[in-house]
Design a protein. Sequence first.
Lengths: 114, 142
Amino acid sequence: MTELGELEAHQADFARRNTRLVVVSVEGREEAEKTQADFPHLVVVADTERNLASAAGMIHPHAGPHGGDVAAPTTVLIDRQGTVRWLYRSASVLRRLSPGELLAAVDEHLTAGR
Amino acid sequence: MGMLADSPAGVRRPPGRLYLAPGISLALLGPILYALQLRARILTVPWYMPALGTAAAAVLLAALVRARTLPRVVAVLLVGLVAGAEWWLLVWGTRLPAYAGPVAVGSPFPAFTASRANGSVFSQDDLRGDQNTVLVLFRGRW
């Protein structure tokens, strides 16, 4: 898992910014446990019922391997009061934010002047 | 066109052979570069891949124009199909819909209930606390 691996590798940079990394997928609990074991510094959330993805309008209909609904890769920055400060969705599933880009966004939207 | 050229040894080889190696190399270069890109953990759209595939098809087509042989026809068709598939994949097949809400900057995250990997509940209330949160919805093993 390149994306999660990169986040795990840079988790100290996020911790220095008083920022935790919460990663969410619609996979089942067993898969989530494996993911958590692989990436212990990330908070892994199993959105098996798609409650989070649906509430946030982040379902990608029929995009799963068997035509099922899956989450559309999206990154959201949320401050300590629970307020959304920034959102990113690429035009392509192949494009993900690099740790550097994400840290720059954190610096700009979450930690600047706060 | 299509005439065989004589080499110094008297063996007649079809013209345009010099286009074959570059054409095949270009066709292979795209996927090789993408594999290296992934290995370097760079997750960007590899537009160079279909571009190189298209260039490869053009070079092999030039070889075909100089000598119409069955292997060259197969090569052009194959490389052209692969390049077409690559363009389709990048332009259409991997496209994500633009985000239209309801999450909005300046507003609270919508209410939800999910589970952490250890089975405990995770809800919008857990987004408030001592730390900021980077929330990443991911898909698959990318």
